[in-house]
Design a protein around this ligand. Structure first.
Ligand SMILES: Cc1cc2nc3c(=O)[nH]c(=O)nc-3n(C[C@H](O)[C@H](O)[C@H](O)COP(=O)(O)OP(=O)(O)OC[C@H]3O[C@@H](n4cnc5c(N)ncnc54)[C@H](O)[C@@H]3O)c2cc1C
Length: 408
């Protein structure tokens, strides 16, 4: 039988190594920083020290090929590694596989010219630079990139760009941005109106207005005003009108990478839920003995199991060069909702303790909320999934190719 749900020994080894590294070296530091209520600078210094250790143990840049200093893992192996790394909030940063840099690295690897790769990708891979990806705008729906208003105009020897972006993660302190702006007035299809640009930062004409305060505090998701920003012609990443294609190529695997990290978080929430239920006594027995609590645990376990199968299968399809759009949409929708529900149930089982900041759950809950609309809102993914089912039925009289193309 060809269906095999085990990893090859070399991947299993890496996974064990990452798990041990996170448990023994990263989690104690993160717990201490949280207890001390350390500021962003404190976290940054700790991450920098842990990065040196990750590098010396060969756990650096798992998603990139060896010629870029990485471990050369494909999407399936990355699913295992990312889920382990994300059992701590700072884990992906320590291994240098965090958003948005991970997605930007893949984008540069596939779309950059040799010169752009040396200039922008190399320092990202070496961990000496950070980056951001600037697409969403406050004035128009981020769900529909054909509405983008930020405008790039080609003047004699340079591009001039004017516009407004927000929720640009990691913008403060980034060495460069991948910026999406409208360049085409009469594109052949609406999706071909935008282009991508590489912007060295800081830059005249690129103003970080504020770090947008969110329901979980400030996390460097910035509002940016772009006013007469001037860029050389070779700052274009990909061709004119390729912005949408490039964004989609970036977002497919990047969405799955989010799912891999969210599985790590959901696993952690279920561990906390079960652990707490086994030590809390009420009405004559432990919470773990109550059927009402067991249902919360069972429901969560089933949903995480589905999430893992979906992510592994979507990663397998990407790695095998098969179409993956519908599978990634299904995984993104399911894993985001699973994360939200499992963390919410874990808070419930912890009672007041779950609402406090004495456990990681409060932070996980507010973080989990954005997973249901960032990188594609639930409703947009449902639209993609439904379209695929209808197209499959139209083409073949059944919906089999829209349910994962599995041999069942
Ligand atoms: C924490 C965080 C980090 C982010 N980081 C970045 C970043 O680094 N770079 C970047 O460019 N952007 C970033 N974003 C923005 C994110 O990608 C957008 O929030 C997302 O694309 C949705 O766009 P929007 O917020 O404008 O919502 P809208 O497009 O206005 O949608 C709002 C809601 O309307 C509904 N909706 C929209 N369209 C449809 C439809 N066709 N059918 C049915 N319902 C619909 C959905 O419920 C949706 O949630 C980030 C957002 C968050 C919260």
């Amino acid at each position: 039988m060809a269906v095999d749900f085990t990893f090859p020994p070399e991947v299993e080894n890496v996974r064990e190594q990452v798990r041990a590294f996170i448990d023994e070296q990263v989690r104690p530091v993160e717990d201490r920083l949280r207890a001390e209520k350390a500021d962003r600078g404190g976290f940054a210094r700790a991450i920098s020290a842990l990065r040196a250790r990750a590098r010396s143990e060969g756990l650096w840049l798992p998603q990139m090929p060896p010629e870029w200093g990485g471990m050369g893992l494909g999407p399936v192996a990355m699913a295992a590694v990312s889920a382990e790394a994300a059992k701590c909030a700072i884990g992906p940063f320590v291994l240098n596989c965090q958003a948005p840099d991970e997605g930007n690295m893949h984008t540069l690897l596939h779309w950059g010219t040799p010169g752009q790769k040396e200039r922008y990708l190399r320092p990202l891979c070496e961990g000496t630079a950070r980056s951001c990806f600037a697409m969403t705008e406050p004035e128009v729906a981020g769900s529909d990139p054909t509405l983008i208003q930020t405008r790039a105009t080609l003047c004699d020897d340079h591009w001039e760009i004017n516009g407004h972006k927000w929720f640009i993660s990691g913008a403060r302190g980034a060495s460069f941005a991948i910026l999406i702006a409208r360049t085409e007035d009469r594109p052949a299809v609406p999706q071909a109106a935008n282009s991508a640009f590489l912007v060295d930062l800081p830059a005249e004409g690129w103003e970080v207005v504020r770090d947008v305060e969110t329901m979980s505090g400030s996390h460097n998701h910035c509002e940016i005003r772009i006013n007469e920003l001037k860029l050389p012609p070779d700052s274009l990443l990909g061709g004119r009108g390729d912005g949408h294609r490039l964004g989609q190529a970036r977002l497919g695997p990047a969405r799955l990478a989010h799912c891999m990290r969210w599985i790590g978080q959901a696993d952690q929430a279920l561990d906390l839920m079960v652990g707490r239920s086994m030590e809390r006594f009420s009405h004559g027995s432990m919470l773990a003995d109550k059927q009402g609590i067991q249902w919360l645990i069972a429901q969560s376990a089933m949903e995480i199991y589905q999430a893992k199968l979906m992510v592994l299968h979507a990663a397998y399809r990407i790695e095998a060069g098969l179409s993956f759009k519908t599978e990634v949409s299904m995984a993104k929708h399911h894993v985001a909702n699973t994360l939200w529900k499992v963390v919410d149930r874990a808070v419930q089982v912890h009672g007041a303790l779950g609402y406090s900041t004495d456990t990681p759950l409060a932070g996980m809950l507010t973080q989990a909320r954005w997973s249901r609309f960032a990188d594609g809102a639930d409703e947009i993914h449902l639209m993609t999934i439904a379209k695929a089912a209808i197209a499959s039925y139209e083409a073949s009289g059944n919906t089999l190719s829209a349910t994962g193309s599995l041999p069942l």
